[in-house]
Design a protein. Structure first.
Length: 200
């Protein structure tokens, strides 16, 4: 599923989102996918158009690639750098998602993308892993508990400031849960299990 979603309130952002979805689906169709799940009803028609143009028959079973995955493939460390922006994005996305989840929403738009529990799980798992594997930012700073706490405090303040009339929702609970998960000496398997204590 492409997580980009249409925007009724911003035509330019809407066109960018639809363009990104088309690009995602054209790549998938070229790889042999027969169709896709969409995050929003407004994406049904553009995604259908992409797959309708991609092939003439009911499926692309003839395009199934032969793939052999080994244990070393699963344990490979991807290349790339950890940036402060990446840390901040993970922190903010987690805070926003858990805030919405505690208040009863299972999927929400965050940074123009449709996000759900899986997003928060990936983001907080990355934060924990970076903190517990002696990772460093691209600028050389180590990813530590104090750096995480500093950035989390800053990102939380931005979210609180953006809320109308001081309505902070469940951001306090989201911050507490995220701190528990990221700063735990052992990896907590699911964020929802300790998060249940906040559900009414």
């Amino acid at each position: 599923m492409s997580t980009y979603i249409p925007r009724r309130d911003d035509q330019a952002a809407n066109e960018r989102a639809l363009g990104q979805v088309r690009t995602d689906k054209e790549r998938e169709a070229s790889q042999g996918f027969d169709g896709a799940w969409v995050a929003h009803p407004g994406l049904v028609e553009p995604v259908h158009q992409v797959f309708s143009k991609a092939f003439a028959s009911d499926n692309q079973l003839h395009k199934i690639p032969e793939v052999r995955v080994t244990a070393s493939d699963l344990l490979a460390i991807p290349s790339g750098e950890i940036t402060e922006a990446g840390l901040r994005n993970n922190i903010s996305a987690c805070l926003q998602y858990v805030d919405a989840w505690v208040q009863g929403s299972g999927a929400v738009a965050i940074f123009g993308l449709m996000e759900d529990t899986a997003t928060a799980e990936i983001a907080r798992a990355q934060l924990w892993q970076w903190l517990n594997s002696n990772s460093k930012l691209a600028d050389g700073r180590p990813v530590t508990g104090s750096l995480y706490t500093e950035l989390r405090t800053d990102e939380l303040a931005k979210l609180v400031e953006a809320r109308p009339h001081g309505n902070t929702g469940a951001l306090d609970k989201a911050a507490e849960l995220l701190d528990d998960l990221v700063l735990s000496p052992t990896f907590v398997e699911f964020l929802t299990i300790p998060g249940y204590r906040y559900l009414e």
